[in-house]
Write a protein that binds this ligand. Structure first.
Ligand SMILES: C[S@@+](CC[C@H](N)C(=O)[O-])C[C@H]1O[C@@H](n2cnc3c(N)ncnc32)[C@H](O)[C@@H]1O
Length: 274
């Protein structure tokens, strides 16, 4: 049986950030747009729902603004983006140290292209390290813990889990949260995004599951939905912010495209503080 192409979603969501730069503020997303991402986006819009581009831009803006606030208070902090895809946070802000984790083919591709973009003057130079990890592999998670512990134990840190939790089985996600908890000290933060189980019954989610099967070879049983209690319980952290893309759209005073909760895939986002 061939493997799922879940990494294609990194190109897809990047294209959505590029479509509405004024919301995402991701002025570098245009460098990662591919023909395939445009084609996947068109199919998603036709077969599942129309507003994924707005959804992704609002989600990204949540992470960008919360990271901006954290770095203003902790300029020397280490930022760790777990399954970073083609996000541009280190180039949009100026963190002292940034670590990006993803599957090997994504980190290799990204690291090489970043070098070229910096050389051409299209991206500012930043202190970014790449770590290749399969989150659904216990050995890889152990190695990841060792690598990270050498870097961040003494520093304040901010971890990002964006666009990944629904692809990770509970036992691996628990192990990852346990690692993060061990690495972080008081005042450190973890930013998470997830779909909670209440979305399962919506026809729009069922259409997404079919779309993922058809175009990404991703099996329906591979979706993993969590609620905020899972993240708070696994870490013991305080939830200092909890919102959804729908609420963020209202907060930003934008035209209400996500108001209809039953025909959109509203994602939840939270900041947890140790
Ligand atoms: C939807 S993309 C999100 C990327 C980025 N966080 C964003 O919001 O643009 C999902 C990412 O998770 C990565 N990924 C999926 N399964 C993974 C696994 N088992 N181990 C490591 N990375 C994985 C993919 O390569 C991809 O970059």
């Amino acid at each position: 049986m061939s493997k799922p192409n879940i990494s294609d979603t990194a190109f897809l969501v990047n294209y959505h950030r590029a479509k509405h730069e004024r919301i995402s503020l991701d002025v570098y997303s245009k460098y990662w747009v591919t023909k395939k991402s445009i084609s996947l986006s068109k199919k998603l819009s036709k077969e599942v729902y129309k507003n994924d581009d707005i959804e992704i831009c609002l989600r990204s803006r949540f992470f960008l603004e919360n990271l901006r606030c954290f770095l203003a208070r902790n300029p020397q902090a280490v930022v760790v983006n777990v399954e970073a895809g083609f996000t541009s946070y280190p180039y949009l802000l100026e963190p002292a140290r940034f670590i990006e984790i993803d599957l090997p083919h994504i980190t290799t591709y990204k690291a090489n292209k970043i070098k070229m973009l910096v050389k051409k003057g299209k991206l500012p130079k930043r202190n970014v390290e790449f770590i290749s990890t399969d989150l659904q592999n216990k050995k890889d998670l152990k190695i990841l813990e060792q690598k990270l512990s050498g870097v961040i134990l003494k520093e304040k840190s901010f971890f990002i889990l964006e666009g990944i939790t629904y692809y990770v089985e509970k036992k691996y996600l628990q192990q990852l949260l346990h690692i993060i908890n061990n690495l972080q000290s008081s005042g450190c933060e973890l930013a998470v995004e997830f779909w909670s189980p209440d979305i399962q019954g919506l026809p729009v989610f069922k259409r997404l599951v079919q779309y993922a099967k058809r175009h990404l070879n991703y099996e329906p049983r591979q979706w993993h939905l969590y609620d905020i209690g899972f993240f708070a319980g696994a870490t013991g952290y305080e939830v200092v912010e909890f919102t959804s893309t729908g609420r963020l759209e209202k907060f930003m005073g934008r035209k209400c495209l996500l108001c209809d909760e039953h025909n959109n895939l509203l994602t939840k986002m939270a900041i947890l503080r140790k």
